[in-house]
Design a protein around this ligand. Structure first.
Ligand code: FES
Length: 333
């Protein structure tokens, strides 16, 4: 059975009655439904329900303010159609998914520690791992309510291998459930791919990859994709971490090392007394110093904590005037 969703002012698509959310159904139908995080955090998938019935999965999702709720706004990633509906929204072709998301079972094959609080989880699915470098998938950690978004750190492959770098967040129910409740051989639900911060192979510019903390996963994937590309473009990788022990690009992307033009680690909390002679401070400061006048030749990909994302947006868009089309990141907040 399907539900027919009519977009007021033009457009119709069908969503299977089994579909978990309106957003997922729309993307599977090839609709350019604006979104970023898929998990209720960012508010990008706001829409209005004009008629019909929808269930709200997470009634207090932070992606909506109280004012939004009062004005009747809903989140597509937290809404499930219960019948035919009419909605108000402005689709955008830029959000049309390059690969429609699928929901599959994934078996944990391996887990290896990368730093004191981050590990690489290797899952296998029966189907090929179909995604574009830099995208993410939703995983359902057993014992935690709702799904969590984690970016793939490997490249798409026919073998069905999906790699994720996950940080154990103190007090974080999702990440702690991934570490404590999922053992090698266990299955979890994997839904994806999602996300727009994927590698643009057809853009011939130099690639600047910037990672902060656990944002390293998608950056490793994009760097790997750029490294495989035979074009003449240069590849710069910036990694921001607290201390030397928290750096992980060299461990995770050993296979891409020869193709990296420059790897620039930046430490924000390395002990003054240590013999570290690399950059100190915040990663956006090093980007400003190192990229400087070469900005015109660069395409930017970044992932990391909100303050890093905000500082980079300020530097790239406000200070340097880089067109938004050359900047790629997914908003999870
Ligand atoms: Fe729905 Fe972020 S709140 S995509």
């Amino acid at each position: 059975m399907t539900h027919r969703i009519t977009i007021e002012g033009g457009g119709v698509f069908d969503v299977s009655a089994e579909e978990s959310t309106l957003l997922r159904g729309a993307l599977r139908a090839g609709v350019g439904f604006p979104y970023d995080c898929s998990v209720g955090g960012c508010g990008s998938c706001r829409f209005e329900l004009i008629s019909g019935e929808m269930e709200t999965l997470w009634t207090t999702a932070p992606g909506l303010s109280e004012r939004d709720r009062r004005r009747g706004k809903r989140l597509a990633c937290q809404s499930r159609p219960l019948g035919d509906c009419t909605i108000k929204l402005r689709p955008d072709d830029e959000y049309r998914p390059p690969i429609p998301p699928r929901r599959v079972s994934a078996i944990l094959r391996e887990r290896r520690a990368v730093t004191a609080d981050m590990a690489e989880f290797v899952f296998r699915t029966d189907r090929p791992a179909d995604f574009v470098a830099g995208q993410y998938a939703l995983l359902q950690p057993p014992g935690a309510a709702g799904m969590r978004a984690y970016s793939m750190s490997n490249l798409p492959n026919a073998e069905g291998e999906w790699r994720f770098v996950i940080r154990r967040v103190p007090g974080g129910r999702g990440s702690n459930a991934m570490f404590d409740n999922v053992q090698v051989g266990d299955a979890v639900t994997l839904d994806g791919p999602y996300g727009h911060a994927h590698f643009r192979a057809d853009v011939p510019r130099d690639v600047v990859c910037i990672a902060g903390g656990s944002g390293i996963g998608p950056i490793v994937s994009v760097a790997r994709a750029a490294a495989q590309d035979s074009g003449p473009r240069r590849l710069f990788v910036f990694e921001g971490a607290r201390t030397r022990a928290d750096l992980c690009f060299p461990v995770l992307a050993d296979d891409a090392r020869d193709k990296v033009t420059a790897y620039m680690p930046v430490l924000s909390a390395e002990a003054e007394a240590s013999d570290w002679d690399g950059a100190r401070g915040f990663v956006h400061e090093e980007v400003e110093r190192a990229v400087g006048e070469q900005v015109e030749s660069c395409e930017f990909y970044f992932a990391g904590p909100p303050p890093m994302i905000e500082a980079l947006q300020k530097l790239l868009i406000v200070q340097w005037g880089v067109p938004i089309a050359r900047i790629h990141f997914d908003r999870f907040f």
